[in-house]
Design a protein. Structure first.
Length: 388
């Protein structure tokens, strides 16, 4: 679901939502929904938000979406060593299933403006933080699941439902001013109307928050703003289906540089995604290992009982790796290790870290691909220490 006409659209690249299996009944501390990480939809479309004060927000939920973004000349905006790696998680508060409780979607994202012709503005690229707290989510057993284990999470509103009972007051997207640690591709965000900016250059000078949520609809407005669709029920603002790994949100936003939910206005935005499978990984085949940016072919172990379901021989669904927001690098080969329930893939460290790394500092290594021969993706990660 994407926003309607506006002068600017903000495109945000959100990272992942971990996935831990929901069992019945489910009671305990806050936990990942299924495995936790969110990807983009199969077309790598960004999410969106509604126009307010001549500004609209849309956001991608994974690196594939970031890499798919084009400027007005249809050229990739992020290429080579400059593609940011988002990370957003979806967590369920402690409540039984069947039952009702809260779900939080949050994480580091990347944002761009888009003009009223639908063109993205590369000069506006910025880091951002997404936080959505959905209140009163209903957890039910999926009637199509013969084992009564897979679940559906849903939040449906009725006419005149108070906005404060649907999304928590802290729900927001915050555009982050650049710091010394900001990646170069996100270090000069320009053009954020309504946000603290340098009057001469337009450069963002301080963090700028937009509240996210919903408004009170009468029956006719509810039918128009939150209609029945192929993926959402009438009045549904949040839906997550474990069997298909679908996750969708329909929400709106408020004024720039505000945390007041009372400024929120609609038409409805939001978006849809497919949750990723998330697995641990071991660089060089061992936990807490070191990574030498000058080394050649090195193994990375993807650790999961589903190791033999990962696609390894389809060039249309390659296994790729990144390190510290660097370039995306294809594996030089993979094979299964049945006794250890791992898939071992090889990557060249010099390709992953063309700019090196800082000695004794952790390096974020992400390995991605597809599983079950379908469009559903996975993420495996490790944080080895830089050796030199």
């Amino acid at each position: 679901m994407f926003s309607k006409s506006s002068v600017f659209v903000v495109v945000v690249f959100a990272a992942f939502v971990s996935l831990g299996v929901l069992l019945l009944p489910q009671v305990g501390q806050a936990q990942c929904v299924w495995d936790c990480d969110l990807g983009s939809d199969p077309s790598f479309n960004p999410w969106g938000n509604s126009p307010q004060s001549q500004l609209d927000i849309a956001y991608c939920l994974d690196r594939d979406c970031v890499a798919n973004l084009k400027d007005k000349n249809n050229n990739p905006i992020f290429t080579g060593n400059s593609i940011p790696v988002p990370l957003v998680q979806q967590e369920q508060d402690a409540f039984p299933c069947p039952g009702t409780g809260d779900v939080t979607i949050s994480g580091n994202v990347v944002a761009l403006l888009r003009d009223n012709h639908g063109n993205l503005k590369p000069e506006s690229a910025a880091r951002a933080f997404l936080f959505l707290n959905i209140i009163g989510v209903n957890c039910t057993v999926d009637p199509a699941d013969p084992n009564n284990e897979k679940t559906i999470l849903s939040r449906v509103i009725q006419p005149n439902t108070s906005r404060t009972l649907v999304f928590g007051a802290s729900s927001s997207i915050t555009i982050l001013a650049p710091t010394s640690s900001t990646p170069a591709s996100l270090s000069t965000p320009i053009g954020w109307t309504g946000c603290p900016s340098n009057k001469r250059t337009g450069l963002l000078t301080a963090d700028c928050s937009f509240p996210l949520g919903i408004v009170e609809f009468n029956a006719a407005q509810l039918q128009n703003e939150l209609p029945q669709t192929l993926t959402f029920n009438l009045g549904e603002v949040y839906r997550a289906v474990e069997s298909t790994r679908f996750v969708g949100v329909r929400d709106c936003k408020g004024d720039a540089n505000s945390t007041d939910p009372g400024t929120i206005a609609c038409s409805t935005g939001g978006g849809e995604s497919l949750a990723l499978f998330t697995f641990p990984g071991n660089w060089a085949g061992a936990q807490n290992h070191t990574i030498n940016p000058n080394s050649g072919n090195t193994p990375f172990d993807i650790v999961t009982p589903l190791f033999n379901l990962i696609v390894i021989d389809d060039p249309a669904q390659p296994i790729m790796a990144t390190a510290n927001d660097g370039p995306q690098v294809a594996t030089t080969g993979c094979f299964t290790q049945d006794n250890q329930q791992t898939l071992r893939c090889f990557f060249t460290a010099t390709d992953l870290l063309p700019n090196g790394c800082t000695k004794n500092q952790p390096v974020i290594v992400l390995v991605t691909g597809n599983i079950l021969g379908e469009t559903v993706g996975f993420q495996s990660h490790d944080n080895p220490t830089c050796a030199k």
